[in-house]
Design a protein around this ligand. Structure first.
Ligand code: C2E
Ligand code: MG
Ligand code: MG
Ligand code: MG
Length: 285
């Protein structure tokens, strides 16, 4: 799958490279001058278990509502934070906000949290993350850290040590956007891994080349099964896509079909709806 373009939000980009560099510079500069504790917040997207027919957790997705720029997409502001040395601070703020929310959920629900490649190679950031998890009082087993393939290739040994620290606490590790980058099967078994998240381009590809896409989805599901890790399909938007991933034997799904990223305030209602409606009505909603 080709790398997706993460641009969006209200920040408009010119096709002109120079103008684009100015826009990026403006994001970096604004980020440095902003009250991030106030302007950053988190939305939560349901992760659904097809076997138990219920929501089993939520992924925390960062949002930045900048006073100066309006809503900036995470693809842009995470990269900006990485460039300007602000990512460790941003991770701390986002993780604290995410955990504050998660400790209020029913105990059966898990939280998934995205880590940056920069966090993974920084022992200081990992120590900080471990401290925030301990101070939150959450059972570490309820927490999954999502990392991308690319972040494992920056400095594999350091990343492996970092994941060892987090897994050692009892937290789970998920490989995000699987298949979209430069995956290497050579290292995939050399760090603690609990879940593969199949990139949404495979599900989206169903519209283009049915047979080939179905075979690829099946191959990824089989790989996860053979490694003894969970498999989650990202970006499931339609019932047809849901049936395709289900047919491949994939147990966990995430995507607009089961819910868009939502505010903490809307989670209770979403969970209540799940209890009242049977699984069938649930899937049709
Ligand atoms: P991701 O971790 O792969 O998150 C999934 C992205 O797909 C999210 O985009 C989500 O809103 C979107 N999505 C979910 N379901 C669907 C669907 O059915 N269809 C479509 N078209 N899209 C769907 P979002 O929120 O814009 O986040 C983009 C990326 O930014 C994330 O990709 C993640 O890599 C990064 N990110 C988000 N929050 C954080 C964070 O707190 N820390 C770090 N380091 N990165 C983050
Ligand atoms: Mg993720
Ligand atoms: Mg992903
Ligand atoms: Mg992504």
């Amino acid at each position: 799958c080709a790398k997706r373009d993460n641009r969006g939000g209200v920040v408009i980009f010119s096709a002109d490279h120079e103008a684009e560099m100015n826009d990026l510079g403006r994001i970096d500069q604004t980020l440095r001058g902003s009250d991030l504790v106030r302007e950053l917040f988190v939305l939560f997207q349901p992760q659904y278990d097809l076997m138990r027919e219920r929501i089993v957790g939520f992924e925390a997705l960062a949002r930045w509502e900048s006073e100066k720029l309006g809503n900036v997409s995470p693809g842009l502001f995470i990269a900006a934070a990485e460039r300007s040395g602000l990512i460790e601070r941003m991770t701390s703020i986002l993780l604290k906000k995410s955990l504050d929310a998660a400790v209020q959920w029913p105990e059966a629900l898990r939280l998934s949290f995205n880590l940056s490649a920069v966090d993974l190679v920084s022992p200081r950031s990992i120590a900080n993350i471990a401290r925030i998890v301990r101070e939150s009082g959450i059972a570490p087993g309820r927490l999954t850290f999502e990392i991308t393939e690319t972040s494992m290739t920056t400095d594999f040994e350091r990343a492996r040590v970092s994941l060892g620290v987090l897994a050692g606490m009892g937290c789970h590790i998920a490989l995000d956007d699987f298949g979209s980058g430069y995956s290497s099967f050579a290292y995939i078994h050399r760090f603690p891994l609990h879940r593969i998240k199949m990139d949404r381009c495979f599900v989206a590809g169903l519209k283009e080349d049915e047979a080939v896409s179905r075979n690829i989805i099946r191959a990824i599901a089989d790989l996860a099964a053979n490694l003894g890790v969970e498999c989650l399909a990202e970006g499931v938007e339609t019932e047809a896509e849901l049936r395709a991933v289900q047919a491949a034997g994939i147990r966990y799904v995430q995507g607009y079909f089961y819910g868009r990223p939502m505010a903490q305030a809307d989670i209770a209602e979403r969970l209540a709806a799940q209890q009242n409606a049977g699984p069938l009505q649930e899937a049709a909603s």
